[in-house]
Design a protein. Structure first.
Length: 214
């Protein structure tokens, strides 16, 4: 991509918008052409101004950043959206990516990192904050280790895992299998250890991938 990258900054805090504008002004290849104080305004400005990149906060009035991103990527496919927020949960990152975001950054990035992310997004690349990338890699490693031990699950452990996947509580599993809740807890601890995971959600993810749970 050649020329100056045209940017829309969407955040409900004026001071934050001022800070982003100031940070981006240090790069002569970037130009902030407009600002929006809520998600709905951001969508409307994108439709009229067609910026190259939108820097979008998650929590905003009228229309949240994730929904606004979805509308923007649908109405203006050539406009790239970078989520810039304090929220670092993987669930939120997943929602942003599903909505079509080209990047997900945390607000602890410095001016140079933000500018680089904007250039990369404008050029068609995806940008994820380094700490979040590490989290994803750790998650993948955990699942990979777990996959190697799926075959070691006993028939009763698989039975417990299946019931947990379908939403049963420890007490409900205990009642159905005619064992004590403490025994169910012991089975779960063994399952977690064998699969290399730390909670039910990750254990179920491995089970789903390998067809143990439909």
């Amino acid at each position: 991509m050649s020329g100056v990258v045209r940017i829309l900054v969407a955040d409900d805090h004026p001071l934050t918008r001022d800070g982003i504008r100031a940070a981006l002004s240090l790069d002569t290849g970037l130009e902030v052409i407009a600002e929006a104080g809520d998600g709905q305004e951001a969508v409307e400005l994108v439709k009229s101004l067609h910026p190259d990149v939108v820097i979008m906060d998650v929590r905003m009035p009228r229309l949240g950043g994730i929904l606004a991103t979805k509308e923007i990527t649908s109405a203006a496919p050539d406009t790239r959206v970078i989520i810039l927020t304090v929220e670092e949960t993987q669930a939120r990152v997943g929602e942003a990516i599903q909505a079509g975001a080209a990047g997900y950054l945390l607000k602890d990035v410095d001016a140079r990192e933000l500018s680089r992310a904007v250039h990369l997004a404008a050029a068609g690349s995806a940008v994820i904050h380094p700490s979040l990338t590490r989290q994803f890699l750790d998650e993948i490693r955990q699942l990979t280790r777990g996959e190697q031990n799926v075959a070691s699950l006993s028939a009763r452990e698989i039975e417990v895992l299946q019931m947990i996947a379908y939403g049963s509580t420890n007490r409900e599993v205990a009642h159905a299998l005619r064992i004590s809740p403490q025994t169910v807890k012991t089975y779960l601890e063994r399952i977690f250890t064998k699969l290399g995971v730390s909670d039910r959600t990750r254990a179920v993810a491995v089970a789903l991938k390998h067809g143990i749970v439909e």
